[in-house]
Write a protein that binds this ligand. Sequence first.
Ligand SMILES: CC(C)(COP(=O)(O)OP(=O)(O)OC[C@H]1O[C@@H](n2cnc3c(N)ncnc32)[C@H](O)[C@@H]1OP(=O)(O)O)[C@@H](O)C(=O)NCCC(=O)NCCS
Length: 336
Amino acid sequence: MFSSEIVSVGMYAPEKIVTNNDLEKLMDTNNEWIIQRTGIEARRWVDANTSTSDLALKAAEEAIAKAGIDKKEIDCILFATLSPDHDFPGAACFLQPKLGLSEIPSIDIRQQCTGFLYALSIADHFIRLGTYKTVLVVGAEVHSKGLDKTPRGRDVGVLFGDGAGAVILRQKELKDSKKDSHILSTSLYSQGEFAKELWVPAPGMANGADRMNNEMIAEGLHYPSMNGKKVFMHATRRMCECLLKELDKNNLKLEDIDLFLFHQANLRINQMIADELKIPQEKVFNTIQKYGNTTAATLPIGMYEAEKAGKLKKGMLVASAAFGSGFTWASSVYRW
Ligand SMILES: CC(C)(COP(=O)(O)OP(=O)(O)OC[C@H]1O[C@@H](n2cnc3c(N)ncnc32)[C@H](O)[C@@H]1OP(=O)(O)O)[C@@H](O)C(=O)NCCC(=O)NCCS
């Protein structure tokens, strides 16, 4: 039986920094409200000519270079995003030729904030089965072009940012399962009855005769709509629950984990999880202050920044959990 190892991580965030004060000018909000409720201080926005696959390309190129592999060794691309370049084909199909690759499978994963862990899990299973040896897993989002940047959209508009992260996953035969870097386990969940608590209604084939029309645009149905309190409540509950189950599955205790990397939806959610589970705050690494919620990109960005800050080192045992639209949630334990 094979295992998979995360051999490298890359990231890219657009240069343009948008602070809370910048948003004050657009959407009747203020720095104090945003910081107090979410912990977010700034986020990045792309320029008009940059798309999601462009961000993914830069993160992927860095991950490939750090892995020291020839990109032709990549057997499969898994691209987690809720903001693809176009409705179809998927963003992975646009990324593949930008990377100079051809013919390998290019798959989009549409699981929103949980997308990266879904993609990681699928890649891990492909590798364990021996189907592929080297998989590129990317999470990338361009939110800024899809937000309502007026007072009407302020509850959602302040939360999200643009960015990308990518990892190279490689097949490995474990010599010592207690010491070798590898993915110990992943678990995936969803509860579609809550699909409309955080969603973008249009365009959509369920919208009557037209998937999109002027009335829908006038109503702002092409912008994300969220029941913030419900999402908050379910996120804290589900992330705690799945994290504990994941540890249990591996006969591990919370104290065995060296670092917790959670999805970055709201700093207050992650602080509540740490409080609830009595995890020391210094064992939880957050990036939301700088980047906002970059959805499928938050976890690889977290890995990248934690490694750069010296908080994530080879051999460390890491636990991740994420929650998002769908509702979907997921968890994983891996040795870095
Ligand atoms: C979005 C969130 C920060 C809002 O916090 P909240 O405490 O639930 O705030 P509410 O929506 O109840 O709004 C409280 C007040 O702030 C106002 N408000 C909303 N957005 C605002 C903003 N950006 N700036 C200033 N005021 C704002 C509301 O209009 C409301 O005013 P009122 O009391 O006069 O009616 C919080 O619900 C949240 O983080 N939810 C989870 C979001 C999430 O994780 N999304 C991604 C999923 S992966």
